[in-house]
Design a protein around this ligand. Structure first.
Ligand code: GDP
Length: 440
């Protein structure tokens, strides 16, 4: 996420490293580089200029007796300003209605339908809501089918009416159905066009007026940079929407949309989409995003994801097995699968402070565990539960089955062995022992 921008900002802020104090000259040099980095990331010219002016003012206004080094101080100022620019606090969505009606707007291809599904899934699993999805695209039958597919995937019902060509009455019928059937949230997916046009705007505006949603969300593809910002402005002029959803942040996004959109429409970014899967949705936290942009990682989100995905029951089972020396490759496999559920590997790495930079250029993909899994799948159940049985001939057979080298099997066994020892030590209150081992 935002690799290029992070890199350039890092270089810009490096200018001050080694300098004993903040001077007008080195601040001017740094802010010039920061501005260039923002412009390269497709941040609007005026916003970039105002941003760097604020940074410059703050930096020069600092007390020289500050305990921070100039480099650190500048990073802090840039971080605070970036956070402010992206919205300051994180804002939730209004779910006060009964049912709460959420209207989706945005161009075709922005990710509206996908996001409608993600949001329904999020509200169902994390907020114990009972959502209903409503398909209001009367122009593309495929769009209705798509929403049905999504609904089926997440176990959320979808209301559509293929005979009806009036999206306003479909939306109203959807809400009536939700009331009758006890759904407390209605998510209305609407038709989008490839570009802003009058007819589409009139249509979404009619739906908006007729149903008066609690929450109107504007979905935008972050890959479209400044265009995203212009489209947001056009939709906001008509709908005065409540929040922005930035999709496709998992791609090779330059970052301009994330940074500029809030200050152009003065509406918060509420969620981000980071993949095609239904789980690839995150609440937007300006300060965490600023950390990530500055290559400082996002440990809070990482820990939250781990907590969400890790099954406590499973963890207890594994603990017992470790205590009884029964931890085997099947358990190892299930741990790998839990890690994979946390999301895209590259994305996860980016959340570890400093790791983004250290791992740059390395090709980390979701297949990182593929070879390990192939090796484990080639073992018999007996071998998986008692790895000590793996003699030379068994290893050879497994290597052949998995299409890997025997050497890799040995390596995996060694890692497995180390991991089992470490886990045993941590279990037996051996934290102290481990610290000693690590030379602390
Ligand atoms: P709509 O026309 O606005 O309803 O857009 P869709 O929901 O059909 O999405 C358009 C395409 O973008 C589809 O291929 C989606 O799978 C993809 N997409 C949506 N959100 C994301 C995202 O956050 N990341 C990635 N990589 N792809 C996404």
């Amino acid at each position: 996420m935002f690799d290029n921008l992070s890199d350039k900002l890092d270089k810009a802020l490096h200018v001050l490293k080694g300098h004993g104090q903040i001077t007008e000259i080195n601040v001017a040099e740094t802010t010039k580089e920061v501005r260039r980095a923002l412009l390269d990331a497709d941040v609007n010219f005026k916003i970039a200029k105002e941003f760097t002016n604020r940074v410059k003012e703050k930096a020069l206004g600092q007390d020289v007796l500050t305990t921070l080094q100039p480099g650190q101080l500048m990073v802090k100022i840039v971080k605070d300003e970036l956070t402010q620019l992206m919205g300051g606090e994180s804002e939730g969505i209004n779910l006060s209605g009964n049912p709460s009606v959420i209207l989706m707007s945005g161009l075709q291809g922005s990710g509206k339908t996908t996001f409608s599904g993600k949001l329904a899934n999020f509200l169902k699993t994390k907020k114990s809501k009972k959502p209903l999805l409503v398909a209001c695209d009367v122009y593309r039958p495929a769009a209705i089918d798509q929403l049905h597919v999504v609904g089926e995937q997440i176990g959320v019902p979808v209301y559509s009416d293929r005979e009806n060509t009036d999206p306003v009455s479909i939306a109203q019928a959807g809400i009536a159905k939700a009331k009758a059937e006890g759904h407390n949230v209605v998510i209305i997916d609407t038709a989008g066009r490839l570009a802003v046009d009058e007819k589409m705007m009139a249509e979404i505006s009619d739906i908006h007026k007729a149903i008066q949603p609690q929450e109107t969300l504007f979905v935008v593809d972050s890959m479209t940079g400044q265009d995203a910002v212009n489209t947001a402005k056009a939709f906001n002029d008509i709908l005065n929407f409540d929040g922005v959803i930035l999709t496709k942040l998992d791609g090779d996004t330059r970052g301009g949309a994330a940074i500029s959109i809030k200050s152009v429409v003065d509406k918060p970014i509420k969620f981000i989409g980071t993949g095609e899967k239904m789980e690839a949705i995150d609440i937007f936290y300006p300060s965490r995003m600023a950390d990530r942009i500055l290559g400082m990682g996002d440990v809070i989100s990482l820990v939250e994801r781990a907590q969400e995905q890790f099954d406590e029951e499973e963890a207890r089972k594994i603990q017992k097995k470790i205590a009884k020396n029964k931890f085997g490759f099947d358990d190892f496999l299930s741990q790998i699968q839990q890690i994979k559920k946390m999301g895209n590997m590259k994305d996860l790495m980016g959340m570890i402070p400093g790791a983004g930079k250290a791992l740059k250029g390395l090709d980390i993909d979701d297949d990182a565990f593929k070879h390990i899994e192939a090796i484990i799948y080639s073992m018999t159940p007996d071998e998986r539960s008692t790895p000590s049985k793996l003699n030379a001939s068994r290893k050879k057979r497994i290597a052949k089955g998995a299409g890997r080298e025997v050497q890799e099997i040995n390596q995996l066994l060694k890692q497995f062995d180390q991991m089992s020892k470490m886990m045993k030590m941590m279990q037996g209150g051996g934290g102290k022992k481990m610290m000693q081992m690590m030379g602390a």
